[in-house]
Design a binder for this molecule. Structure first.
Ligand code: ADP
Ligand code: MG
Length: 158
């Protein structure tokens, strides 16, 4: 094992580049859970992911729509579970169908039912001083481990 589980950014742009560098690893069926307080940078990170494939895409927070779909080389389903009261409510979201067609990138991803976190990468984002952000990745299951290795292999400052 080499490389760090932790990455630091000091601007929105750097967070976007980190998301973009990682996004090219995504495959249909992948689950990436993002956790962190409001304003941590979850949505900006996802915007970077989408922009890796479509630099002109307009990425907006799915906090009201619950899910935004981006039809990219690997389609991205961008979810935000902030408004979810109980994880059982995800039953009605149709995650199975999304996962059969693309990668699930989920803000407040720790609210996913455990079965959806069995094979996933969790990225916890914390805010430091000013524009400093720290991204800490951890793996669940075999695919999570593969994604974690891809994360470790990212350049120190993409
Ligand atoms: N390094 C950084 N990375 C991401 N966002 C940053 C950074 N520094 C400052 N910000 C600001 O933090 C906020 C992050 O917002 P957003 O991505 O919507 O957070 P979340 O989705 O986690 O609630 C934005 O207002 C952005 O301008
Ligand atoms: Mg958000």
């Amino acid at each position: 094992m080499s490389g760090s589980l932790v990455r630091h950014t000091d601007s929105v742009e750097a967070t976007g580049r980190l998301g973009a560098a990682f996004a090219i690893e995504l495959r249909v069926g992948d689950v990436v859970a993002l956790r962190g307080d409001l304003g941590a940078g979850k949505t900006r990170f996802v915007a970077g992911m989408v922009h890796a494939f479509d630099p002109h895409a307009r990425v907006r927070s799915p906090s009201f729509t619950l899910v935004n779909e981006y039809l990219l080389a690997t389609p991205i389903f961008h979810l935000d579970l902030y408004r979810l009261e109980r994880s059982s409510e995800t039953d009605s979201l149709g995650l199975e169908e999304y996962a059969s067609r693309g990668a699930l990138i989920v803000e407040w991803g720790e609210r996913l039912p455990a079965s959806w976190l069995a094979e996933a990468l969790m990225i916890a984002i914390t805010s430091g001083e000013g524009d400093q952000r720290t991204f800490h990745a951890s793996a669940f299951g075999g695919r999570g481990k593969e994604l974690l290795e891809a994360w470790r292999a990212l350049p120190e400052a993409p």
